[in-house]
Design a protein around this ligand. Structure first.
Ligand code: MOS
Length: 725
């Protein structure tokens, strides 16, 4: 790959990054891929302590546990005003009239905004963000008015007094297969013919419900205009994403929008792109007499205004020969989107790459409805899609008379079945084998519904996991040397994942200096451009920019930089993305107990084994995997946004009704990973780890529940009633 005699500084850094922490594989350890080590000798005098892979404590930890880490809403501003919105009580129609008289009479009210008097936006192209620009109501809960006041209390009281009359039209919020657009990802060979002629076939439909992201910190904004400059303290997954979306909406140049988000209390996709509340806050701040406007979206408002995951109905067809080799994989997913803005979850996508089969059909059908605008949520597409595929794989293994681990291994593809490209690395089989060993899978009696202890039926299940590996282009990083320390500046957002720490580790290694000489600066458009913390691309993208900046820095200044030395670098084009199919993989194992009399379902044990490239920080990575697996448990057992089709709103729009797994739901969860060296994905050899933990977790639990009870539930969540047939 690189020649040791001609290596530039950049190549040396790349080579060192690829070698560090990846000792030569013991023979037979297939988990470790091709190594650059075979081409170049490691420098013998390397004395810098291993920093990548180390289990370092979070740099932001002390600030968070002592309460000094500032979240968007907490930023101190001069004389703030407060916002409370009025939401539509119909799912489709028009605002016929708005009476703001009583609201305006409330002491402390500064302004009441409606579609007739709100400032005009420069662009209404994005209908989700065209707040108060027309009388049209496209979903229940949409903004129809808003109050700006001296206090949150007066804003809320006045908002309650705004009287809105509607011209209601019939609405449709229930997903059925009628209509919509067909989006075909692949259609190779003939799935129908294979289904008709193969020894074993399975044709099942799985459904997953509407779900809401529900980060612990709601979406919050402080919007402040200073002339034609807009400052936003925003709870977001990307300060530059906010800038680039919001600037044209208000007719501004990007440089006129300043966005700050040093600490974010979770996003799970819902803060990946700006939603209507941010635009409303910025509009309101144009009517607040120059005062900053603060708006914390309430938990209930989040169920209509900050994105959700579509419900899905997924038909999976599998065909196999007598030896259990798949002859066909068919996956047809049905999803909803809002009528005003298209968002496709992409549920069937992963079925393109998971298993070898000569005949394959992977499609999505998208039905526009009068529902709130769906958006990214916790491994969009892959999460519900792999639930369906991996449940079907469990059913099919049984139909073929094969152990589900062995069935998956038997259908491992040699190349990406869709693109025909080799995988840059693919260690699903190793994850399955390692997981089976650790979990004690060999002792499993394959018969369902036979293990019983004290009234509990006990079973175990397995499922595979995958998530694509990408580097988003366009991130830049700056490195500055002063007072013997290196400042690393990049406008990335740490949404609670550990990016502050992991990026400092990457910088330390790229600069070949100790970790504690690095001062990271994140979460502001004052720092160089960075892409969104989404699609599990944060570390892969920002880290690539930091490595490049370090390379430029060392090329320019060598090992003894002068005071004030500064250099920038950006993500580089990677020709390997054209030559390889890049994905992370994993294996999820679960033990489930279902009470024979009550149907109560508990998950006493989960194990995830992941092959996700190089792990930057063992401590924060483990947290990422555990968090993802917990979300998978939550999806399996609890999460369900119940949409009332008569009114078009989510009925259980709070934490009393929408249960997210809490400590009492989680027993033993173990996450581990295999050392995977992938020299193709990016300079660090990392793959994203933010989302893969959730993928397949719900299927493993569902498969274990089947093994416990003999009852196959094909409709999430796995509530007790479904086991009491
Ligand atoms: Mo993540 S759901 O890709 O923001």
């Amino acid at each position: 790959m690189f020649s040791s005699t001609e290596a530039t500084n950049k190549e040396k850094v790349l080579m060192r990054l690829s070698q560090r922490n990846f000792p030569a594989p013991e023979s037979g350890t297939a988990a470790v891929g091709v190594s650059a080590r075979s081409v170049v000798e490691a420098e013998p005098d390397e004395a810098v302590p291993e920093v990548i892979g180390a289990s370092l404590e979070r740099l932001d930890g002390p600030a968070k546990v002592t309460g000094t880490a500032r979240y968007a809403y907490e930023h101190p501003v001069e004389a703030p005003a407060y916002l409370h919105p009025v939401q539509a009580t119909i799912a489709r129609g028009r605002v016929a009239s708005v009476d703001t008289g009583a609201a305006e009479a409330v002491p402390g009210v500064l302004a009441v905004l409606t579609h007739t008097n709100a400032p005009r936006l420069a662009s209404t192209e994005d209908a989700e963000l065209a707040v108060l620009q027309s009388d049209a109501v496209a979903f229940r809960g949409q903004f129809v008015a808003a109050v700006v006041a001296e206090t949150t209390e007066s804003a809320r009281q006045a908002a309650d007094l705004v009287r809105v009359d509607y011209a209601e039209q019939p609405h449709e919020v229930e997903l059925d297969a009628a209509g919509g657009t067909l989006n075909t990802r692949t259609d190779n060979g003939d799935v129908d013919a294979a289904m008709a002629s193969s020894a074993v076939t399975l044709d099942r439909t799985y459904t997953t419900p509407m779900q809401h992201n529900n980060p612990m910190e709601p979406h919050t904004t402080i919007a402040h205009w200073s002339g034609s400059e807009l400052t936003l303290h925003e709870s977001t997954q990307g300060v530059y994403s906010v800038r680039s979306v919001v600037a044209p909406v208000f007719g501004l140049e990007p440089e006129q929008v300043r966005v700050l988000a040093p600490h974010v209390g979770g996003g799970f996709g819902s803060k990946g792109l700006p939603h209507a509340p941010l635009v409303l806050a910025a509009l309101a701040a144009q009517r607040s007499g120059g005062r900053p406007v603060k708006y914390a979206v309430t938990r209930r408002q989040m169920f209509a205004l900050t994105g959700h995951r579509t419900p899905t109905s997924q038909r999976v067809r599998l065909a196999a020969d007598a030896e259990g080799r798949l002859t066909a994989v068919g996956h047809d997913a049905l999803e909803h989107t809002s009528r005003i803005k298209e968002f496709s979850e992409g549920s069937s996508t992963a079925s393109g790459i998971m298993y070898a089969a000569p005949n394959r059909r992977v499609t999505q059908r998208l039905v526009p409805l009068d529902v709130p605008v769906p958006s990214w949520m916790r491994a969009p597409g892959h999460c519900p899609g792999m639930h369906a595929l991996e449940t079907a794989m469990d059913e099919m293994a049984q139909a073929c008379g094969l152990d589900p681990v062995e069935f998956r291994i038997r259908n491992e593809p040699e190349i990406d079945p869709i693109s025909g490209l080799p995988f840059s690395s693919r260690n699903l089989v190793e994850c399955l084998r390692e997981g089976a060993d650790r979990f004690g899978w060999q002792q499993r009696d394959p018969t369902a519904g036979v293990r019983r202890e004290n009234g509990w039926l006990i079973g175990t299940g397995v499922a595979a996991s995958t998530y694509p590996t990408h580097v988003f282009p366009g991130s830049r990083a700056r490195i500055r040397y002063a007072d013997g320390r290196y400042a690393v500046l990049i406008g990335a957002a740490d949404i609670g994942t550990g990016a502050w720490t992991a990026l400092a580790q990457i910088a330390a290694e790229a600069l070949e200096v100790p970790f504690d000489m690095i001062d990271p600066h994140l979460g502001s458009t004052e720092f160089p451009e960075a892409t969104v913390a989404g699609g599990s691309t944060g570390i892969t993208s920002w880290g690539s920019a930091i490595v490049q900046a370090a390379t430029v820095f060392r090329d320019k200044y060598g090992k003894q930089p002068p005071e004030g030395a500064e250099a920038e670098g950006a993500t580089q084009p990677n020709p390997d993305t054209e030559r390889f199919s890049m994905h992370a993989f994993g294996a999820q194992f679960a033990e489930v107990r279902v009470h024979a009399d009550t149907g109560e379902i508990r998950v006493p044990r989960m194990l995830g084994v992941f092959a996700a490239g190089r792990i930057v920080n063992a401590r924060t990575a483990r947290s990422q995997f555990l968090g993802g697996m917990t979300m998978g448990l939550s999806m399996a057992l609890h999460e369900h946004s119940v949409l009332d089709s008569r009114f078009g709103h989510v009925v259980n729009h709070d934490f009393a009704g929408y249960h997210v797994a809490s400590h009492a739901d989680v027993d033993s969860i173990e996450a581990t990973w295999i050392d995977e060296h992938d020299p193709h994905v990016n300079p660090m050899g990392t793959k994203g780890i933010g989302e893969i933990g959730i993928v397949g977790a719900s299927a493993a639990i569902g498969n274990a529940a089947y093994h416990a009870t003999g009852i196959r539930v094909r409709d999430l969540p796995l509530t007790p009633d479904k086991f009491l047939r």
